[in-house]
Design a protein around this ligand. Sequence first.
Ligand SMILES: [Zn+2]
Length: 332
Amino acid sequence: MKRRDLLKSAFGLTAGLAGFSVMKPVYSADDWVEKGPDMPNVPITKVTNRCYYFLAQDGEPSPSNQGFFSNPGFIVTSEGVMVVDTGGSLQIGEMLVRQIKTVTDKPVVKVINTHIHGDHWLGNQAFVDAYPDVEIYSHPKVIQQVKDGAGEFWVGFMSRNTNNATAGTAVTPPTKELHGGETIKMGDTTFKIHYLGKVHTDSDLAVEVVEDKILYSGDMMMRRVANMADGSFPGSISAMEELANMDIKTFIPGHGLHDGKALVKEQKEFFEVIYNTVGKYYDEGLSDFEIKPKIEAHPFMQKVASKWPGYEHTIGRFVSDAYHEFEMSLFS
Ligand SMILES: [Zn+2]
């Protein structure tokens, strides 16, 4: 994004609230830099001899983590490297390229972006810079939403939340489509692509590494409470049922530690507690803010979900998103 666009959007944000003179602008000329600082190396988590990922320590972007708060992954095959998600900035992408080279001298030949949220694909730029022939894939809805302006939104989001540490990041969208159901063979490794409908967003792809029984699930599951505004509660519940029935041993989520089927089970229960409780009390005439404490009092929420990053600040928004989805379902 160009500087004048940043300033324009900063003005738009503040002017809508109160007198501009009393508001601190989001950016000032003093803050402006052409390119933010390098991203320090994040250690690689090795899951099997071919499957790896970079574990995000934080649940949200901040100046101190420079926008690194999701889990990019990579798989080393006999015919090169497949990358699943590239992080949220040019600098993060460059760090991934650097770190992958410590594991293998094979080139990155394919990248899959699991969904539209920018923390999963704004690092694409670094892979195109390092490997000009790399093929970048996503669900076609990601490509369309970037054409409609989602990329600029995410560049601005990352910049605002990191005090401009991600400066220099340019929207570099995927260009090749995957719809789900495809099998991709790369030498000794077989990938299966899964699309389960509207789950965390309407563009979620999961990448199965068949030989290792591993699934890179994107944000369809994670022990974190962050954003359901683009997703579906019933869609998530049925997706978790499908994932639980797959021949998978290890799930690598979009955020947080990898785990076995317990991760799917917990994620399913989380969405069920919210959606079923909303449905029950909706019928009794309660509003979303009256239902929220009943959900928070549920033993699963008390014992499990309340320990996840983001729970305290975001559970209210999840309840109102579920409430609206439930209400809409009555009229469709
Ligand atoms: Zn997401």
